[in-house]
Design a protein around this ligand. Structure first.
Ligand code: TA6
Length: 312
């Protein structure tokens, strides 16, 4: 954009994207009531909404089923704050910056304006790929050159592929997460299976590793666990909504399980009345001892695939 040229207004952006990447009845671009440009993916099996801000999936609704993702009642796309809910992209670091407390939590790209790189449509699936380029002199927090892209494909399942390419001339370390917020009926009745045989780091007792408990994860307090060397699929069993949400993944050795419970959700202030009861995060990640190191010219992808099944 040339000096002095006004930034294109949202309507123009949506119209340009619709012309360049729209696919009739499958991939559409419009302005969300939340105040930003979004891509709508529509197939006979499911529909999804993806914001350009942060390349954040905001919604995934399988045909004939309830919404799968939880979204804060305070979510806005037109403000400076990250949207709480959906699937935030934590990249190129997870949690607090490794060395600079002034850096934003969960990386650089959650509130950044990503670009649309591609859209595809085939029988039963629709996808959009968003991309963001980082130049080394753009920020002191992460002085590397990289391209990060997120492919979001809606169909029978919801499949996200996060790809990092080292476009610089030196290797860099990377931690990342697809920080998925799932909609549930009641946190007190939910259990998470698939992590029974894994030790975990309890973020509420920094530095403490808790040995595997052999039982599903259940919730009766603030829960913030990092499972490393945990490549398994995870199931959220939700008796209230009579469904199971499967979180399958590849090339993601870490899983994070988080519910803020009462006090933390009051401190956060954007979960709404009793919001903590209706959400749980199960995050597809690569963090801690599972961090990646990417050589110049190389790429690394991590994928999560969400599906909904009747509760058995
Ligand atoms: O993934 C769990 C976590 O790291 C929690 O510790 C909590 O901070 C949560 O992410 C939400 O982080 P945010 O920066 O989105 O408020």
């Amino acid at each position: 954009m040339a000096m002095g040229e006004a930034a294109p207004v949202m309507e123009e952006v949506a119209a340009r994207l619709e012309q360049a990447f729209g696919r009739p009845d499958a991939v559409r671009f419009h302005i969300s009531p939340l105040g930003g440009v979004v891509a709508e993916l529509a197939t006979p099996q499911s529909r999804a909404t993806v914001a350009l801000k942060g390349a954040q999936v905001l919604s995934w609704r399988p045909q004939g089923r309830d919404e799968v993702l939880w979204l804060s009642p305070a979510a806005r796309l037109d403000g400076p704050k990250a949207v709480r809910g959906g699937i935030p992209v934590c990249w190129p670091w997870f949690g607090p910056h490794p060395s600079d407390a002034s850096a934003p939590a969960h990386g650089l790209v959650r509130t950044a304006p990503w670009q649309i790189a591609e859209s595809e449509h085939s029988a039963g699936s629709a996808s959009v790929t968003l991309a963001f380029n980082v130049e080394p002199d753009e920020t002191a927090f992460w002085p590397h050159a990289a391209r990060v892209s997120l492919r979001v494909e809606a169909g029978e399942d919801l499949r996200l592929t996060l790809t990092t390419e080292n476009t610089g001339d030196a290797p860099f370390g990377l931690t990342a997460a697809l920080h998925s917020y799932f909609a549930i009926g009641d946190i007190a009745a939910v259990e998470i299976t698939g992590l029974e045989h894994r030790d975990f780091i309890d973020q509420l007792q920094p530095g403490k590793t808790i040995p595997a408990g052999q039982r599903p994860v259940r919730f009766d307090r603030e829960t913030d666990r990092i499972y490393t060397s945990a490549p398994e699929d995870v199931l959220i069993r939700d008796p209230s909504l009579r469904r199971m949400i499967r979180i399958a993944k590849s090339n993601s050795p870490s899983t994070v399980v988080w519910n803020p419970w009462i006090e933390k959700s009051e401190r956060l202030g954007d979960l709404g009345e009793d919001g903590y009861r209706r959400m749980v995060c199960v995050e597809t990640a690569r963090i801690g001892c599972d961090a990646a190191r990417i050589a110049p010219g190389r790429s690394l992808s991590m994928e999560t695939c969400l599906s909904v099944e009747p509760l058995v």
